[in-house]
Each structure stands twice: as C-alpha cells, then as structure tokens.
Design a protein around this ligand. Structure first.
Ligand code: NAD
Length: 481
C-alpha cells in the first residue's frame, strides 16, 4: 500500500514513531494509503532542517526566489492530471472541479507570490526639520508554521506556503490528515524545481500530535492556520503566552441576501453553485439564503427545481456535480444537522437523504439539501454545518435582512444580489464580513485582503497582507548632522 511520508530537508522520511494512519478514499470508503503519524520528534527534525536553511534562503535574491517559485508553479501545471486525480481520491470532490479550480489555483498561488515579492516594498518617513530619516525594514521571521484543512487541500496549503517562502522564511507545513496526498506530491515538485533543502518541510499527522507540536514549538514564531473556529481558539490559547504571530482563517455561516431587484436568472444559477460547490464544503459557501418576500415563493420553486437537476455521483465521472463528502464522521455530522433541523421545525424542501452510488456503494454521498427555516436563531442557522445543506428564509426590509445576516457569531463572507447601487453601498458597509460579493460569488483577485471578522478569524491573508504577515517590520531611525 502506498505510503505518505514526511518531506524533511529535501528527502522523504518515515515517521519516527513508526506509526501510520489510514487514508480513506471517500468515494468508495476504502483505505488506499498509509499516512505518517508524526509527533514532536518529527517536528524537531523539520525545525532543525528549516533553521539550517534559513540563513541562506533569507539572503537569496528576490529574483532567484521568484525564479524557483515560478518553476514550482509551472510544474504544478504540468502535473495537473496527476494532482487532480490525487485530490479527488483523497477528498471526494468532482474531478472537473479539481482540474478547473483546485490545482490551477495552487499553481497561481506560487505564480502570484513569485511576482508579488518583486513588487513588495517598505515605507520611509523623513522627519523634516529634525534631521532624521526613518525607514522600515521588512525582514523574514525565521521558521514559520503553516497548518491547513481538508476542503481545498493543495489550494489552501500553497496559499500559505507561497507567501511564507517568497518573503524569505523557511517553513514547516502540515496538511490535514484527512487529505494529505497532494501535499505529499508537492515535495517531489519542490525538489525538481530546485528549492533548496529545508526551505519547505512537510510533516503529516494528526492535529493533536503533529499540529500541536508545531504550535507549541518555542522557536516557530509565526503560525498561519486555516481550519475550524474551535481549533483556532485552541491554537490561539497555546500560542499566546509565547507571543507568536498568528493568522487564523476560521469557520463561517455566510449569508446570501437576495433582493427582488436583482438579475434573477444570474442570481439563481450562481446561488446553486455558492450553495453546493465542493459539496458545500467551502468556507465561503453561502449556507443561509435570505430572499425578499415578494420573490420568495418563486425563488423557492425555481431553486429547488435547479437543485433537483444536480447529479450526485462518483467524483471521477465527468457529469458529476456533487461528489462524496470528505469522510464518514463528517457525513454523520452533516446528517445530524438535518435531523436537528427537523426537530427544530424546519421543512426539508429537497434532499436530506444519503445516496448509494452504483459501483461505489460504500462512499459518503448525500443529497444536496434545502431546508426552509422560520427563525434565524435556530441551530442550523447559527452553527457551521460545512456540507451540502442550505436554509431559506424570507425578509421584508433591508434592515431585517441585515439583522439576520449579521445575527451569527461568524463573519467570513456575504453575498448580495441587487442592481440598486445605493443599496449595494449601504448594505456592503453594514455587513459584518471580511468579504462581500455583490452580484457574484467566489470571484477572487489574489491581491485583495482575505479573511474573516468575529469568530471567523484574526488577520488577513492575500496580496501584500500575507507578505506583511510573514515579515517583521523594523524601523531604522537615522539622525544626521
Ligand atoms: P480542523 O480545525 O479540524 O483542522 C484544520 C487543520 O488543523 C488540520 O491540519 C488539523 O490536523 C489541524 N489541527 C487540528 N487540531 C490541531 C491542534 N491542536 N494544533 C494544531 N493543528 C491542529 O478543520 P477541518 O475540519 O480540517 O476544516 C474545516 C474547517 O475549516 C471549517 O470550519 C471551515 O470553515 C474552515 N475553513 C476556513 C477557511 C477560511 O479561509 N476561513 C478555509 C477553509 C476551511
């Protein structure tokens, strides 16, 4: 059986514990690989490699760093099929999605930060009349930690690694133990691209063991984490006494506000996507749909009709719209929320049942599920489900829509559908979310700040924000005569 090994100092190594975790293929429920179950000893080895690589890498010219990163980007592109197939096997997402989004985006992450670093600059402040000149140095931090989740495995893993190494840091990165395969393959690509040994070290294993050891390590001074809010809270508690820099990208419960004056057909098509893309397992999916009362009944009918047409199937089939959920425990969690919705008086308008796919009978498939709820305070509207489940509710006024949109502890993203410019401005300004999309969804320019408010996170990634996170600002103040 295939083994997923750690990539430390440019070579593949077995875990020091000698222990392995099962890696499941969610489309058929079978174990198909063994994952290194790493612990603090492996993190120490990775740290030693990263520490040794840091002096040279941090003094490598921007041009050279950029050149190597562009090569990594190109190699990801030329391995598109292999990486997409690996992502599908690990995650259960449709192959078409992995080919169109996940893998191209992983390549773009390297390409984008390879270019961004050539444009990154710092400030100078001349204290006129005082014969003083200040300038800001932006220096790499040293060895940094990157921890990522399972929903967009290579996409989010590289979203952290690329700015970290572009800025001159060396990295210890841990992908989710649920979807480690593409991170494992990235090691090979980095070696082929000529990334010096130790600049990127990829360690596999569980959160409480390998992940916790990264966060607890005294000399790993910055952690970029994407995952659940509970885990983020735990990481913040662990890291705070060591005064680590933290970037936390956490959960969401994103609202879709649909006004009667929107471009209806466009809204309908995009809302189906924003609800169920990647089986609803994107932190930016709109899971609460609020619709203006005058078009609510029409929307309900049209939305359910479109959702009915989505094809659930083996992720490798080209006509599959909805693949498998990532794991059995996750499927059970999502199903438990459908039960909660019924207990709370929600009305299942469509879906709600698990699906048996011919030839993949033991896979983790669930119908896309649409639930009408009557109170925004119900658990299915307050807690992150992170699966193919959306709720519908009508609203009468803009104020009511905003109150419901903001009436959750999360604040990651929001989508607004209207053609009224005044409303666009009013509502965008009042939405409590790090990202507001108007008449679009998941439209990403990598230069823009990315992150959440409230319990959806701390800090922003993307563009120069990420390069600022991965550097220390040092002011140098020169007095001259
Ligand atoms: P998770 O929090 O369970 O795990 C995320 C990562 O953290 C994994 O690599 C895991 O091994 C590691 N981890 C777990 N415990 C740890 C610990 N004690 N110390 C260090 N690392 C630890 O999240 P998940 O289930 O993999 O992902 C789903 C969650 O991620 C959802 O809540 C989703 O909203 C969120 N998410 C957020 C964004 C964003 O950009 N805000 C993007 C994608 C996913």
């Amino acid at each position: 059986m295939e083994k997923i090994l750690n990539y430390i100092n440019g070579e593949y190594r077995e875990p020091q514990s000698g222990e392995w975790l099962d890696n499941y293929n969610p489309s058929n429920g079978e174990v198909y690989a063994q994952i290194a179950n790493s612990n603090a000893q492996d993190i120490t080895s990775a740290y030693e490699a990263a520490k040794a690589a840091f002096p040279k890498w941090s003094h490598t010219t921007i041009g050279e760093r950029s050149r190597i990163m562009l090569k990594i980007a190109t190699l990801i592109e030329s391995n598109l099929d292999r990486l997409a197939e690996a992502e599908v096997k690990d995650n259960g997402k449709p192959l078409s999605l992995a080919k169109a989004v996940d893998i191209p985006r992983a390549s773009s992450n390297f390409r984008f930060f390879a270019n961004a670093i050539t444009q990154f600059s710092s400030d100078a402040h001349e204290s006129i009349g005082l014969n003083t000149m200040n300038f800001t140095l932006r220096q790499p931090i040293g060895v940094v930690g990157c921890i990522s989740p399972w929903n967009l495995p290579l996409y989010l893993f590289t979203w952290k690694i690329a700015p970290a190494i572009a800025a001159g840091n060396t990295v210890i990165a841990k992908p989710s133990e649920v979807t480690p395969m593409t991170a494992f393959l990235l090691g090979e690509i980095c070696t082929e691209a000529g990334l010096p040994n130790g600049v990127l070290n990829i360690v596999h294993g569980t959160g409480p063991s390998a992940g916790q050891a990264i966060v607890e390590h005294q000399n790993i001074k910055a952690i970029s984490f994407t995952g659940g809010t509970k885990t983020g809270e735990h990481i913040a508690r662990t890291a705070a006494p060591m005064f680590k820099k933290l970037s936390l990208e956490l959960g969401g419960k994103n609202p879709n506000l649909i006004f009667a004056d929107c471009d209806y057909d466009k809204m309908l098509a995009v809302t189906v996507k924003s609800s169920f893309a990647n089986q609803g397992q994107i932190c930016l999916c709109g899971s609460r749909i609020f619709v203006e009362k005058s078009i609510y009944e029409q929307f309900k009918k049209d939305f359910v009709a479109k959702v009915q047409q989505l094809k659930i199937g083996n992720p490798s089939d080209s006509d599959t719209n909805i693949g498998a959920l990532v794991s059995k425990p996750h499927l059970e969690k999502v199903q438990s929320y459908i039960k909660i919705a019924e207990e709370e008086g929600g009305k299942i308008l469509f879906g709600g049942k698990s699906v048996t796919v011919k030839g993949s009978e033991n896979g983790y498939y669930l119908e896309p599920t649409v639930i009408e709820v009557y109170d925004n305070k119900c658990r299915v509207n307050q807690e992150e489900i992170f699966g193919p489940v959306v709720t519908l509710m009508p609203f009468e006024t803009e104020e009511e829509a905003l109150e419901m949109a903001n009436g959750v502890k999360y604040g990651l993203s929001a989508t607004l559908w209207t053609t009224n410019l005044n409303r666009t401005m009013r509502v965008s300004k009042q939405l409590e979310a790090g990202i507001v999309w108007v008449n679009t969804w998941l439209n990403r320019d990598l230069r823009t700040p990315f992150g959440g408010m409230k319990d959806s996170g701390v800090g922003r990634e993307g563009g120069f924000e990420a390069l600022r996170f991965f550097t220390e600002a040092k002011n140098v103040c020169i007095k001259y005569e």
